[in-house]
Write a protein that binds this ligand. Structure first.
Ligand code: GTP
Ligand code: NA
Ligand code: MG
Length: 344
């Protein structure tokens, strides 16, 4: 048995800061290079536990969180109204989610849509109140914890933030959720934590990550146990043509092991497609899988959780969102795959 990284999907209304938050955590600039500043595809990034410890090690040790989890596997989703199916796919994959809300704008149509996706899949989530630096008069403290920065603000700014958080609590209440600013939460099982952050300066990101690790270790360990030699299960994010590789599928593997040369089953619009893997390409840790600048490394095998690009014959008609299975000798996967596709 192995504990895999939890898959953490980031959901929220367009431009509320999903990609910028992941850029801060990765130390990257993906958001700046997006056409029109809009995310148009699902992204995936593996953040190893060492990097997480670098960002908030001291804070984690204070909370006595053990690092049994190998990392966090983040899924970035588009917030634009046009991309409902991609948001659903991101929601369906998630073990945990971050619902990001611009603290100055509050709830917007795709915030509600994201909440409905989280309700549908019963995904535990944390609410991030982003762009606190835009509160009038906020003094930025690069990389500080939220509490440290908050305590240095003028009283008027503090009460302005408190009021905005209170409004978010009201909106969440209307949606049937009890919530509190994270430092006032008394029971993580029944109350949603709200973490104020600035995705640009990183204020509050320490607490956000510590809370994600805490939730994962408290509520998910069974769900995260995988068998390292079971045939892999995954989901196709995108089908794309790549120079020199032909048609490939970008996929997230959430269980088991997948090897070069394995027979896999996927879905086209109606039927199961089987093929044999020609090569597996894996982005380096901290690299966004959909980033055009990204470099992939050819690997012989991958154990979940991982985002990989698969090259194989016969992938032309595979649909985004298709389930993916490594075939073992005897099983009949057709019914299973059809059911899973229906659920998404
Ligand atoms: P979509 O993926 O298109 O839905 O947008 P997104 O949620 O990924 O938002 P994105 O990261 O693209 O950020 C939108 C804009 O808000 C960009 O110009 C960011 O620089 C800006 N932004 C994000 N977070 C913050 C923040 O904390 N403070 C300030 N001032 N600007 C921010
Ligand atoms: Na954007
Ligand atoms: Mg984005």
């Amino acid at each position: 048995m192995k504990i895999r990284s939890p898959i953490v999907s980031v959901l929220g209304h367009v431009d509320h800061g999903k990609t910028t938050l992941l850029d801060y955590i990765r130390g990257s600039t993906v958001a700046d290079r997006e056409a029109g500043g809009i995310t148009q595809h699902i992204g995936a990034t593996e953040i190893p536990i060492d990097t997480i410890n670098e960002i908030c090690g001291e804070f984690i040790s204070k909370l006595a969180i053990k690092d049994t989890i190998p990392g966090l596997f983040f899924v970035d989703t588009p917030g634009h109204a046009a991309f409902t199916s991609l948001r659903k796919r991101g929601g369906a994959l998630a073990d945990l989610a971050i619902l990001i809300v611009d603290i100055n704008e509050g709830f917007k149509p795709q915030t509600y849509e994201a909440i409905n996706i989280l309700k549908m899949y019963k995904t535990p989530f944390i609410v991030v109140a982003n762009k606190i630096d835009r509160l009038f008069g906020w003094e930025t403290h690069e990389g500080a914890s939220f509490m440290e920065s908050y305590n240095k603000q003028a009283p008027r700014i503090k009460s302005d933030l408190d009021l905005k958080i209170y409004e978010l609590m009201g909106k969440l209440h209307e949606e049937g959720f009890q919530s509190e600013r994270f430092d006032h939460v008394t029971d993580f099982a029944s109350q949603i934590s709200i973490v104020p952050i600035c995705a640009k300066s990183g204020e509050g990101v320490i607490e956000l990550i510590a809370l994600l690790l805490g939730l994962a270790q408290q509520y998910l360990t069974q769900q995260l146990e995988i068998s390292e030699d079971a045939p892999a299960k995954g989901t196709v994010l995108e089908v794309k043509e790549e120079v020199g590789l032909g048609i490939t599928v970008d996929s997230i593997i959430y269980d088991g092991v997948i090897r070069d040369g394995d027979e896999i089953a996927l879905m086209d619009a109606n039927n199961v497609v089987t093929t044999k893997i020609r090569s597996i390409l894996r982005p380096l840790p901290l690299e966004e899988m959909r980033d055009s600048k990204n470099k992939f490394k050819k690997v012989d095998e991958v154990v979940a959780a991982a985002g990989i690009k698969i090259a194989a014959p016969n992938l032309d008609d595979v649909v985004s969102g298709s389930p993916l299975r490594v075939l073992s000798d005897q099983e009949d996967v057709e019914a299973e795959l059809l059911k899973e596709l229906e659920d998404i």
